[in-house]
Design a protein around this ligand. Structure first.
Ligand SMILES: [Zn+2]
Length: 65
């Protein structure tokens, strides 16, 4: 474990709980909570988040699979 010394961005990915890397920068994604955004990796993590949200929305409607 190394401590980030001069980094101002200490946010962690809301999906996988990892810090950002060069290959996977974090992006701020607006959540359903007003004025609140979550940090997550662009790409796979963001897709997972959006998939989960879509499933949530579809689930409450109780539609056919
Ligand atoms: Zn992630």
């Amino acid at each position: 474990m190394t401590r980030a010394s001069a980094s101002t961005n200490t946010a962690r990915c809301a999906v996988c709980d990892e810090v950002e890397t060069r290959e996977s920068p974090l992006v701020a994604v607006l959540t359903e909570v007003r004025n609140h955004h979550a940090w997550m990796h662009a790409g796979a993590c963001h897709e997972r988040y959006r998939e989960a949200k879509t499933r949530e929305r579809n689930g409450t409607k109780g539609g056919a699979v």
